[in-house]
Write a protein that binds this ligand. Structure first.
Ligand code: MG
Length: 357
């Protein structure tokens, strides 16, 4: 029985389906290919000379010398004392408020509680760092000092206890490194996404992307109320002489949103298997192959540098192919009387070789 001739309309439909399938296979939903040279390069930040020191793009809120970045709640000058490179709560002087406002930030701060320790539970070395005036990371002397779990040092007060107690003894300098993501609200005031915090206490992970269910408060379980996108830091005066130093923040951009999304669409060609077959083989010496080309039906694969990991090739023309998902191209040159030649470019590194017999 002879094969039925395909009607032209059906043939067009079939070819369209093949092309659409190939196109779907190529689209990972990611904007960038692996090792894509078009992908924007990260900007340069000069890190601090020592761990914990402010990097070049940090906003230093306390450099050990002045309270210029802070005020009292009522806007009058901050009444805490500055001495020997630290600032210290003056019991009864009230909280201090940063003049600048922030949303998403990375924070580094160092603090120490009085030594010898005085009082117990919440009444021992208590202060706190409020992000956006609403979300407190507790500061407390939690070294051999019992209190409720969601109120000890590095707790997100009243909500999340730290994963572990990494406290140092009173009088020693301790550090917080925090990544804070502010809550997002819709125009009508509905919560779109809650605030989140990741906290390292003395270098130990104690809050792992913890989600806050509202402002942190004593005895309260308050819901979110829409607030500004940028608000001040507040340092708590809890009637204990707690010290702070080396306090800096890095405002953070929104989380990247351009990772996903359609790539620039490319015409997808269907190259006849007979043409693809001409490219099959090993290019370059067997101990140092530039590429091994194989074919499965109408699909062509490249094993760059003969590493045993074939990658599908997508034809951009009959001689030029893109790597699947990766920033790579393979181009074939066929001249009469000569073995085929391949030029492989992977992330800007180009190698060329003839096919070995
Ligand atoms: Mg507190």
């Amino acid at each position: 029985m002879s094969p039925l001739p395909l009607r032209p309309a059906l043939r067009v439909l079939l070819l369209t389906v093949i092309a659409a399938n190939a196109s779907a296979a190529q689209d990972t939903g990611r904007r960038w290919k692996v090792h894509d040279l078009e992908r924007p390069k990260p900007r340069i930040v000069t890190p601090g000379a020592q761990p914990g020191q402010a990097p070049s793009d940090a906003v230093v809120l306390f450099d050990g010398r002045s309270l210029d970045e802070w005020t009292s709640r009522d806007g009058s000058p901050a009444k805490w004392v500055v001495r020997d490179g630290y600032m210290q709560t003056v019991p009864g002087a009230g909280a201090i408020v940063s003049k600048r406002v922030f949303g998403d930030v990375q924070l580094h701060a160092e603090w120490s509680t009085p030594s010898p320790a005085v009082g117990k539970g919440q009444d021992r070395g208590n202060s706190g760092i409020y992000f956006m005036d609403n979300y407190e990371v507790q500061v407390l002397d939690s070294y051999e000092n019992e209190t409720y779990a969601d109120g000890q040092a590095a707790a997100l007060y009243g909500q999340h206890p730290p994963l572990v107690n990494a406290s140092r003894p009173p009088g020693e300098w301790q550090s917080y490194d925090v990544v804070f993501r502010r809550p997002r609200f819709s125009a009508s005031g509905a919560l779109v996404s809650p605030a989140r915090m990741t906290v390292f206490h003395n270098g130990v992970l104690v809050q792992d992307n913890a989600e806050l269910w509202g402002p942190t408060n004593w005895l309260q379980n308050d819901p979110y109320v829409k607030h500004a996108d940028a608000m001040p830091f507040v340092l708590q005066d809890h009637d204990h002489p707690v010290r702070f130093r080396n306090f800096w923040v890095r405002p953070l951009p929104d989380l990247p949103t351009d990772e996903r999304g359609p790539r620039v669409s490319r015409a997808t060609l269907v190259v006849p298997p007979a043409v693809l077959q001409r490219y099959v083989g090993t290019y370059g010496p067997s101990n140092n192959a530039v590429a091994v080309i194989t074919r499965r039906g109408s699909r062509l694969f490249i094993d760059p540098f003969g590493r045993g990991t074939p990658i599908e090739l997508f034809p951009q023309s009959r001689t030029r192919f893109d790597f699947h998902h990766t920033a790579g191209t393979a181009e074939f040159a066929i001249e009469p009387g000569k073995p085929p030649r391949i030029t492989v470019n992977v992330a800007g590194i180009e190698r060329s070789a003839e096919r070995v017999p």
